[in-house]
Design a protein around this ligand. Structure first.
Ligand code: MG
Ligand code: MG
Length: 260
């Protein structure tokens, strides 16, 4: 446990800066949500996000993102993941259909600090099963945030998220989760969505900043990466939902930095 990667401690001024980045992300998600109607093209939603972020004086953090595992840099401002795509969907020329389930993940850098947040929205007609899945995912996010109190550990957060998922009968991606966030979008430590054997019990302290992001699957946890090298797709083609906030741990408890 002594080897566990601790969270850096942010100052009050740094948290204020991260809240500005978070506001840009929140506004961007609301703009894209409003435009996510049947017939809308994913690439046009991405354009809306690009305008929203740049007009706020921020930079899109996903555009050109090139982690070592990806065969090519990400070519969008948003991750737009439709139906059986869980996360990391790319903005293509695809048009949304009535009844689609769309996860919108946005990241922005303001004054050198990152915000990262995701919502899942119903496009037109709302299928009852999709409504339950999205509600459970939002509930799992809220539970994970509520558990992120000073002195709690990452396994506490994971247990809170996992309890909600299990209670509703949903599964998770086996190896995806949240992350530390600050000057970089993805920082150590990894923030698991379920208890992992041997995972470090990293402690949350006032000034810790992290992205919590449950990804709940209606079916089994099997997945593959699509030929585009990015899109994470369920093997059984069942639908998935994703919800994410960037939060700060404070003396008074968790504070959502990407709240609208
Ligand atoms: Mg995200
Ligand atoms: Mg994230």
């Amino acid at each position: 446990m002594s080897d566990a990667p601790a969270f850096p401690v942010r100052t009050a001024a740094e948290l204020d800066a991260m809240r500005e980045a978070g506001r840009v992300v929140a506004r961007t998600l609301q703009a894209v949500r409003a435009a996510a109607v049947p017939g809308a093209k994913l690439r046009d939603l991405d354009e809306i996000a690009q305008t929203s972020i740049r007009e706020a004086g921020a930079l899109p953090s996903f555009l050109g993102y090139a982690p070592s595992w990806a065969p090519r840099p990400f070519n969008g401002v948003l991750c737009l993941s439709v139906n059986e795509v869980v996360v990391h969907g790319r903005p293509t020329g695809r048009r949304l259909d009535d009844g689609d389930l769309l996860s919108i993940d946005a990241g922005a850098i303001f004054d050198g600090w990152n915000g990262d947040s995701a919502i899942t929205v119903h496009v037109g007609h709302q299928d009852e099963a999709d409504v339950r899945l999205v509600r459970a995912t939002e509930e799992a996010l809220a539970a994970g945030i509520a558990a992120a109190r000073p002195g709690a550990t990452l396994p506490d957060v994971a247990r809170a998220i996992d309890e909600v998922a299990r209670r509703h009968g949903y599964s998770h991606l086996p190896d995806h989760g949240g992350h530390g966030i600050g000057r970089s979008m993805h920082e150590a430590p990894f923030v698991p969505n379920r208890p992992l054997p041997g995972a470090p019990a990293v402690r949350l302290e006032p000034g810790s900043t992290l992205a919590i992001e449950p990804m709940l699957l209606a079916g089994g946890e099997g997945y593959r990466t699509a030929r585009d090298g990015w899109s994470v797709v369920t093997l059984d083609k069942r639908r998935a939902a994703h919800a994410e906030h960037t939060i700060a741990v404070t003396e008074d408890g968790p504070v959502v930095l990407t709240a609208p």
